[in-house]
Design a protein around this ligand. Structure first.
Ligand SMILES: Cc1cc2nc3c(=O)[nH]c(=O)nc-3n(C[C@H](O)[C@H](O)[C@H](O)COP(=O)(O)OP(=O)(O)OC[C@H]3O[C@@H](n4cnc5c(N)ncnc54)[C@H](O)[C@@H]3O)c2cc1C
Length: 457
């Protein structure tokens, strides 16, 4: 390690902005959606050279590195204590690079709201997530489950290339033709392999988006889930929906709602949307319903962290919403700690991608079950574990997890996200691109040992 003070950045400050404790803006820059941090440095590169300089500085001084795009990691990986944060907020452009093929180049630090607004004048959209302020970088690298998941698959299924600064400072393009092993790993393997500066996506044509909420009395939870499941099994790919079992706060009536998004293609009519949505209006006693034609950019909501609470999230992917799963969901929702349970519909285009085609392998899932447990901010980790006990019953019935909704990042969590063959392949790619595990503040894939047989990428 160099004798030079790691806080002095004179050699690299031309192509990045640097904030140290005490600087204006440092306090805000140290924190992210789910965590309060105290990094030694927050750097904001202005280009790929800036990213390369930052990585060189961090490795020279042995600083742990957080890579941040939108800062919404549920584990708080976008900040740290005593290390460097590489905040990609300045790399937020959205540019059409080939209008005929609808190829758009999106900076990793852009938010999905910016992307939706920029694509709207073209009549295009990209399936992403449900919130406008979530970042392109983190969501894409984990997979990206959005309102058009059944129509267009995951965000990564629309990715054709990414430009990546590797930990040794090279700028490489990853695509089907160049560094295909890296391109495969970036599609679901998270931030383990380099710092992505921008992504090339194929935007999709979007017309006649109908979005809204249908609220039901929660009388018979298993019956409601079965009816929703069966309606989604029969639904066209243009329809995606999430069944939310609202947390039972003291004094509040039990309620459930379906958030629904119909995303048409050019030529789709309102009658098509109505016909697709109609079965969801017949799932139970509807107490309110508001579904209307909206701009896709409007559908993405601004997410806020609930003040004064610790929000603990877990998820699992289930091949089938069968009776055992539904019974476990009912027990989870009935527990005394307020818990929201969301069942997100999958299938459609999501399920037509081969499991080995990307590092997101769970393509047979019918639904993703996400739980969010609302606890007091001061709660201990032991209390969190206790509160999660009913969740484990649900998780035991799933076939794996989605890293981006996983509020912890233990070795067990990583193993649940990546089946053994996927993990072995990721570990081989990690050995090629980050053999010293410089990028470790993530759902960490360890470099395969020298001589270990990784399946061919
Ligand atoms: C309110 C809210 C709503 C959400 N809704 C959805 C949803 O609908 N669908 C969905 O799929 N997910 C959703 N998520 C989960 C989301 O995908 C993850 O939180 C994701 O990590 C956010 O990306 P980010 O860039 O904002 O986060 P960051 O914290 O900036 O990044 C997360 C991690 O990704 C890696 N990373 C980020 N950018 C780069 C990069 N450029 N190069 C290399 N590594 C990088 C790093 O390891 C980093 O720690 C939601 C999260 C929140 C908090």
């Amino acid at each position: 390690m160099s004798e030079e003070n790691p806080m002095t950045l004179h050699e690299i400050d031309l192509n990045l902005e640097a904030l140290r404790p005490g600087d204006d803006g440092y306090d805000a820059a140290a924190n992210v959606f789910f965590a309060t941090g105290a990094p030694a440095l927050v750097v904001r590169p202005r280009d790929a050279d800036g990213v390369s300089s930052a990585l060189a500085h961090a490795t020279r001084h042995g600083l742990p590195v957080s890579v941040r795009s939108g800062g919404h990691s549920p584990v708080g990986h976008g900040t740290n204590t005593g290390g460097m944060v590489i905040d990609l907020a300045h790399l937020d452009s959205v540019e059409v690079v080939d209008a005929d093929r609808r190829i758009v180049r999106v900076g990793a630090g852009a938010t999905w709201g910016t992307v939706a607004a920029a694509l709207e004048p073209h009549g295009w959209g990209l399936t992403s997530g449900d919130s406008e302020n979530v970042g392109v970088g983190g969501l894409t690298l984990g997979g990206g489950v959005g309102w058009m998941v059944r129509r267009d698959g995951l965000a990564i299924d629309n990715l054709v290339a990414a430009r990546v600064v590797t930990v040794d400072g090279r700028l490489v393009t990853a695509s089907a033709d160049e560094h295909p092993d890296l391109f495969w790993a970036l599609r679901g393997g998270g931030g383990n392999f380099g710092v992505v500066v921008d992504f090339d996506f194929v935007a999709q044509e979007v017309a006649g988006v109908h979005f809204g909420t249908i609220t039901y009395q929660l009388e018979d939870l298993p019956d409601l889930v079965v009816r929703w499941r069966d309606a989604m099994r029969a639904a066209p790919d243009e329809l995606s929906s999430t069944l939310v079992l609202a947390p039972r706060f003291p004094g509040a009536a039990a309620a459930a709602m379906v958030l629904v998004c119909y995303a048409g293609v050019p030529g789709s009519t309102s009658a098509d949307a109505d016909a697709a949505i109609e079965p969801l209006l017949e799932l139970g006693t509807v107490t309110a319903a508001k579904v209307e034609e909206r701009r896709y950019a409007e559908v993405l909501e601004h997410a806020e962290h609930p003040p004064g609470l610790r929000l603990v999230g877990r998820n699992t992917l289930v091949p089938a919403l069968d009776d055992d799963v539904i019974a476990a969901v009912e027990r989870l929702h009935a527990m005394p700690t307020p818990t929201a349970v969301a069942l997100r519909s999958l299938g459609g285009a999501f399920g037509r991608v081969a499991p080995e085609a990307t590092a997101f392998a769970h393509r047979d899932a019918e639904a993703m079950i996400v739980c969010a447990v609302f606890l007091p901010a001061t709660v201990s980790d032991a209390d969190v574990e206790q509160a999660l006990a009913p969740w484990r019953e649900v998780a035991a019935l799933g076939s794996g997890t989605y890293v981006n909704f996983q509020g912890s990042a233990t070795a067990e969590d990583v193993a649940a996200a990546y089946p053994a063959a996927t993990y072995a392949r990721l570990a081989a790619v990690k050995r090629t691109y980050d053999p010293d595990n410089v990028l470790a503040l993530n759902h960490n894939v360890l470099p395969a040992a020298e001589g270990a047989d990784g399946p061919a990428a």
